[in-house]
Design a protein around this ligand. Structure first.
Ligand code: ZN
Length: 202
């Protein structure tokens, strides 16, 4: 996939991807980290609408749909509000140091009364789209919404383009920098393998 970063915008095949400016953030940023998240939803449009909503007080540089379609909401040299209270290796407040990608994914699921997996908002998820696994912060297994291969490959390709532009020190999950509050991107996402591929250690 031919992604590149030009003037702090993500481009695909030489053209900037769709851009909607989030009002949340905008301070100067020199990115040192890439932080990955899930939206806890099923719709790229709903995620974008939320990051445009003044009530959200949240944003991400990119919102990535389940087929890997990328939408940018802030230039990469400006901060977004995707980390909240957070710390990594002595650094606190990762919003001041990190690019954030929100992947459209329902996250942790619950088993409905009549059987079958449901999102937190009650939408049904087919068994074939569920990974049963134990989160590193949790004691028991649960159902997690699977990430389609195309979405994972898009994260890798986009992450590589960003790493080429900014030279990340690490690729992190939100659950790693806010371990008491956050469980995204969760055990359905191959975080270690994706980080290694982006940083070209594998
Ligand atoms: Zn998050």
């Amino acid at each position: 996939m031919s992604y590149a970063v030009i003037n702090h915008r993500l481009c695909f095949a030489g053209r900037p991807v769709a851009f909607r400016q989030s009002p949340h953030g905008g301070q100067p940023l020199q990115p040192r980290y890439l932080v990955l998240h899930y939206t806890a939803g099923l719709s790229v449009g709903a995620a974008i609408d939320w990051f445009l909503d003044p009530r959200a007080k949240a944003s991400a540089h990119l919102v990535l749909g389940q087929q890997g379609e990328a939408n940018q909401m802030m230039a990469f040299d400006r901060t977004c509000w995707h980390c909240g209270p957070s710390a990594w290796q002595g650094l606190s407040g990762l919003n001041g140091h990190a690019i954030g990608i929100e992947m459209v994914n329902a996250g942790k699921l619950t088993m409905g009364k009549g059987g079958g997996w449901r999102t937190w908002s009650g939408a049904a998820i087919a068994d074939r789209e569920v990974v049963v696994a134990r989160h590193r912060h949790e004691a028991s297994e649960a159902g997690w919404h699977a990430y389609p291969a195309g979405q994972v490959e898009a994260v890798v390709a986009i992450g590589k383009a960003l790493h080429a532009a900014y030279g990340f020190a690490a690729v992190l999950g939100h659950e790693e920098i806010a371990p008491r509050r956050k469980i995204d991107p969760g055990p359905a996402f191959p975080l270690a393998a994706v980080a290694a591929r982006i940083l070209e250690r594998a």
